[in-house]
Design a protein around this ligand. Structure first.
Ligand SMILES: Nc1nc2c(ncn2[C@@H]2O[C@H](COP(=O)(O)OP(=O)(O)OP(=O)(O)O)[C@@H](O)[C@H]2O)c(=O)[nH]1
Length: 600
């Protein structure tokens, strides 16, 4: 067994699609960790959904042994980090479990927003950074230009930057050599009371919570009674080991090592990412720094299309929560949509993933309302509220102030798109806070923006205006008072709570007008005229009408043929599946998201 001085803990960080998983695969292959037959592409992305979307959600940690050119065998732990802004806290904890990181940059694309954001996170965590240019095999690779950008970012000599291809494996052995030479071994004290940081935790149906840990001091043994210092959770270690990536049990994990620990606890919130584990008796007194309670930032209502599915939806949410400490939810009743849940997510991707898993893994047919953020509201009587759903916003007369969450956004783009991006940010109530050149053609724009504007369609618009070339990264920066109002939508005279939204007062008329227009397109004709109105309080700001019309699908079948008639009716019912009866009006799912198309 290699000793402490022969351990290296590292992460691979990169912008999405720059080749992190592919490089990880090559490293596993080269160190013969994985049998060639078992080797499938992107082994570390374990969930089906991750595979399909090609993104990494959960961090993973694999131990490999590598015999370096100096003849010594080293024990390397590769900690995979999620690549998306929604999961920044998880990334920061994974990085805190390492001493070094490979910064992978696609040599045909160059430095992107997440390259920069991840670099800052790694530098903050005090890691030794080894930049690597990837995809050198591509004809479009521009290693000189990209080396220049990386050198601008890190202050590294451009000639010393490694150039590799994760796909062909060229140069990957040199990456491992550099890693051993440059990344320091873990520093902890082998004789101190044991401490370990949880950098990820996931729920296994059979074994309960699997905590991914980095041992910082001392040794943890199977059977030890342990305590999570922040949550106060106490339990015994049933199983402890490391990943190859298969779980490999061992008697103990020593100082500096990375692996897993299982206690039989069934709830991920009891062993949270960032918490410090120690022994129950004679344990450490100081928890490790950096623990943070992650809060959901984006909210939406989720309702079953069939009211009868409500208990199944609750069941599914309960199961998902076991695996996802960041997912929050509470029951919500909507006049329009019936019984459902208000769910809170870390961000938009997190929301999409949860919705997709609910529909796919639990076979539920769902309606989701427009995403929104949480507003802090001070009432005229001095009372303070937090409002997660637009329909819960109090009447304007009793509000003295509304504060909304703000973000600091960093956008990287080729310079020809600077104009259109500035226009977009301005239309989203953004304030420019800086602009700098990373290279001759690459510009970094900085903006303060309301999160509420980002959760709608900002990202899509950014991508379409820049033909996919701009990248965005952001962090929540606080709250700010804003002149916001609730815009209500009335269908056939009835206010539809699920269509309410909070908008800036200056934009309310325009959004109201566009929204009613979109809704008129989305709502099918009914047996009578359906007026669609947008209102602020009792003041109507826009109006459209869906004209009456009845589509009789059976009209064409003259008499006799019952089975054909039944088939047609059956088909019509199928088409209605995603329709919701709102008062007297049938409303399709797209209508609840119509506002996303406003401003197109
Ligand atoms: N030609 C070429 N393609 C590569 C190379 N490395 C990765 N790719 C391809 O680039 C795409 C993205 O690679 P991934 O390894 O999934 O990227 P990633 O950074 O892990 O992506 P996320 O998990 O989404 O952050 C895949 O289609 C890979 O096959 C390389 O060296 N050369």
């Amino acid at each position: 067994m290699p000793d402490q001085s022969h351990i290296r803990n590292f992460s691979i960080i990169a912008h999405i699609d720059h080749g992190k998983s592919t490089l990880a695969d090559r490293i596993l292959e080269m160190t013969k960790t994985v049998d060639q037959r078992e080797m499938r592409e992107q082994l570390l992305d374990s969930m089906d959904l991750e595979r399909e979307r090609g993104i990494t959600i959960k961090s993973q940690a694999v131990r490999v042994y590598y015999t370096a050119k100096d003849g010594e065998t080293y024990q390397l732990h590769l900690i995979d980090t999620p690549g998306h802004v929604d999961f920044t806290y998880e990334v920061s904890r994974s990085l805190a479990a390492c001493e070094g990181a490979l910064l992978v940059v696609d040599a045909s694309q160059g430095v992107e927003a997440q390259t920069v954001a991840n670099t800052y996170l790694a530098v903050d965590a005090g890691l030794e950074l080894i930049p690597v240019l990837n995809k050198l095999d591509l004809p479009g690779a521009e290693p000189e230009r990209v080396a220049g950008e990386v050198s601008e970012l890190l202050g590294e000599d451009p000639d010393s930057i490694l150039k590799i291809s994760g796909k062909t494996g060229a140069g990957v052995d040199e990456v491992l050599e550099q890693l051993i030479a440059q990344v320091p071994p873990p520093a902890g004290d082998p004789d101190a009371p044991p401490r370990a940081m949880i950098f990820d935790s996931e729920f296994d149906q059979y074994r309960g919570v699997v905590a991914y840990i980095r041992v910082v001091d001392g040794t943890f043994k199977k059977g030890d009674a342990i305590r999570a210092m922040q949550a106060g959770t106490e339990a015994d270690i049933d199983d402890i080991g490391f990943f190859t990536p298969a779980m490999t049990p061992v008697k103990e994990l020593r100082v500096g090592e990375v692996g897993y620990l299982i206690t039989g606890i069934k709830d991920v919130t009891l062993l949270r990412v960032g918490d410090t584990l120690t022994l129950k008796h004679h344990g450490a007194t100081e928890p490790l720094p950096g623990y943070k309670d992650v809060k959901p930032m984006v909210f939406c209502g989720i309702f079953p299309v069939e009211g009868a599915d409500y208990p199944d939806l609750r069941d599914a949410l309960e199961k998902l929560t076991l695996n996802d400490a960041a997912l929050a939810w509470e029951p919500e009743t909507s006049d329009a949509l019936g019984f459902g849940f208000r769910c809170g997510f870390l961000g938009l991707l997190h929301m999409d993933i949860v919705r997709e898993r609910l529909e796919r893994e639990y076979d539920l047919n769902l309606l989701a309302t427009l995403p929104s953020v949480s507003f802090e509201v001070t009432l005229t009587n001095g009372e303070e509220l937090v409002v997660h759903a637009p329909s819960h916003m109090p009447e304007p007369g009793v509000i003295s102030e509304i504060r909304e969450p703000m973000i600091k956004a960093s956008i990287l783009t080729p310079k020809e798109y600077v104009g259109t991006i500035m226009e977009l940010c301005q239309s989203k109530r953004g304030t420019s806070t800086g602009m700098s050149y990373l290279s001759e053609n690459r510009v970094q724009l900085q903006y303060d923006l309301p999160l509420a504007e980002i959760v709608l369609d900002f990202f899509d618009q950014l991508k379409s205006r820049t033909r996919g070339y701009a990248s965005l990264d952001y962090e929540i920066s606080g709250v700010q008072p804003s002149n916001l109002v609730k815009l209500d939508v009335l269908l056939a005279g009835d206010s539809v709570d699920a269509l309410s939204m909070i908008v800036h007062k200056d934009k309310a008329y325009e959004i109201g007008r566009q929204l009613t227009e979109k809704l008129r397109e989305k709502i099918p004709r009914q047996q009578y005229d359906v007026p669609i109105q947008a209102a602020i309080g009792s003041h109507i700001v826009a109006r459209e009408t869906v004209k009456a019309f009845r589509k009789d699908v059976t009209a064409k079948c003259y008499g006799g043929d019952i089975s054909r008639k039944r088939k047609l009716l059956e088909k019509q019912k199928e088409g209605k599946k995603r329709m919701k009866q709102v008062g007297r009006v049938e409303v399709p799912q797209e209508a609840f998201l119509a506002v996303l198309e406003v401003g197109d």
